[in-house]
Write a protein that binds this ligand. Structure first.
Ligand SMILES: NC(=O)c1ccc[n+]([C@@H]2O[C@H](COP(=O)([O-])OP(=O)(O)OC[C@H]3O[C@@H](n4cnc5c(N)ncnc54)[C@H](O)[C@@H]3O)[C@@H](O)[C@H]2O)c1
Ligand SMILES: O=C(O)C(=O)C[C@@H](O)[C@H](O)[C@H](O)COP(=O)(O)O
Ligand SMILES: [Zn+2]
Length: 367
């Protein structure tokens, strides 16, 4: 186990608070995370890729407890209501009482589904996030958004349910495929693009070190993004206002993910393309300058992320999917638009013709 003290960031929500620990070897630091377990029952939710790599190390920390595991098939397509039902069955087979805990060991798919399962069992039990992807470390494990997809769209069912602790063992990233690592960088860049111009500049300066996974730089990037998100969530836990800004690029991105049946773009890739589309729409509406869009595009490119809509997407279908976005109100599109590096705003009543114009230009289907 590493002897370097982990970075610790507290997510404070009024009277409540929970720690996010970031460091190498934390899965083996059983004393640290076992203190967050209150009862005797534990269900570890993971998937068939991650469990063979890391479940045993978690299991060593569960000695003396009654525990079992529930493993998802790998992929976004398995973040379903049906799998929540099966995970709840696993809790009932375990005889889990109200003091039971769910441990989410994996990326954002596992974390979102496990958190929602914990929110549902007996109207809410504890859960601990053990994120194993960059994306889940910097974003999905923090802030308590949990849920699953429906055929009609992403994350349409869910609950706000905060974890008791987040254990981000960066050693797990050693086995993360390069494409997944790059997808995680998209959510780091998003945080900087929305609310931290200095961090954006720092990312521009450290893009090469991040691409090479330099550990000191990486920990600094993860901690900065988590600190930023923790601040937003502390001010607006249930997305009554400011938190919606964390959705920059997601109205477009979720539509692209869904239309591609989760096989074309990863979530982070959809967010990268979506941020560029949001930037272009913002330019079109006179809210941001082309020079800022160029800097965003450049940083995404340097991070190895896609910035163009892949071939075969239909603008009308994407627009129809965007109508089911959770931010919309009174039947009109409500999007996060960009005002340049470090500034974003939620805008209601965005006209579909402007959205379609941007989508048509991006898909080369001008009318
Ligand atoms: N709740 C939130 O606030 C929030 C925020 C951002 C994203 N999300 C959700 O998170 C999901 C995306 O998360 P993700 O990018 O982590 O995807 P993911 O969970 O699908 O994981 C990506 C891939 O990496 C594999 N993997 C995970 N850890 C690994 C490791 N250490 N070594 C090798 N392989 C590993 C997984 O099996 C999977 O194939 C989406 O469903 C998205 O909607 C939620
Ligand atoms: O934490 C948030 O708030 C976010 O919006 C973070 C997003 O990166 C994340 O993808 C989230 O799952 C999107 O939530 P949704 O409410 O748009 O489904
Ligand atoms: Zn996201």
């Amino acid at each position: 186990m590493s002897t370097v003290a982990p970075e610790t960031i507290d997510v404070t929500l009024g009277e409540r608070s929970y720690p996010v620990w970031i460091g190498r070897g934390l899965l083996d630091d059983h004393a640290r995370w076992r203190a967050a377990l209150r009862g005797r029952h534990v269900l570890v939710i993971s998937n068939r890729t991650v469990a063979p790599l890391y479940l045993e190390r978690v299991a060593h920390g569960l000695d003396g407890l009654q525990w079992s595991s529930f493993l998802l098939e790998d992929g976004e397509a398995h973040k379903t209501f049906a799998n929540v039902g099966l995970a709840l069955d696993a809790l009932s087979k375990l005889g889990a009482t109200r003091d039971a805990c769910v441990i989410a060991l994996g990326g954002g798919v596992v974390g979102d589904l496990a958190g929602f399962t914990a929110a549902c069992w007996m109207r809410g039990i504890d859960f601990i996030q053990m994120p194993t992807t960059l994306l889940s470390m910097v974003d999905s494990s923090v802030g308590g958004k949990t849920g699953v997809n429906l055929p009609a769209g992403k994350n349409l069912v869910g609950a706000f349910h905060q974890p008791r602790a987040v254990i981000a063992d960066i050693g797990t990233l050693d086995s993360l495929p390069a494409r997944e690592y790059r997808a995680g960088l998209a959510e780091v860049i998003k945080g900087a693009a929305i609310g931290d111009a200095d961090f954006f500049t720092w990312l521009e300066q450290h893009a090469d070190a991040l691409a090479q996974r330099d550990e000191t730089t990486l920990v600094q990037a993860i901690a900065t993004k988590v600190r930023y998100k923790a601040g937003v969530v502390a001010r607006d836990e249930t997305e009554q206002g400011e938190r919606a800004l964390l959705n920059l690029g997601h109205t477009f991105g979720h539509a692209l993910e869904t239309a591609g049946h989760y096989t074309t773009l990863l979530h982070g890739e959809g967010v990268a393309v979506g941020m560029l589309l949001a930037a272009r729409l913002s330019e079109r509406l006179g809210m941001s300058a082309p020079a800022d869009t160029q800097r965003l595009e450049q940083l995404l490119n340097t991070a190895g992320l896609p910035t163009a809509v892949p071939a075969g997407f239909d603008p009308e279908q994407l627009c129809a999917l965007m109508r089911l976005d959770k931010k919309n109100i009174a039947g009109t599109l409500r999007l996060i638009l960009w005002q340049g590096i470090g500034r974003a705003q939620i805008i209601s009543g965005v006209s579909e013709s402007d959205v379609l114009a941007v989508l048509r230009a991006a898909t080369g289907t001008h009318r």
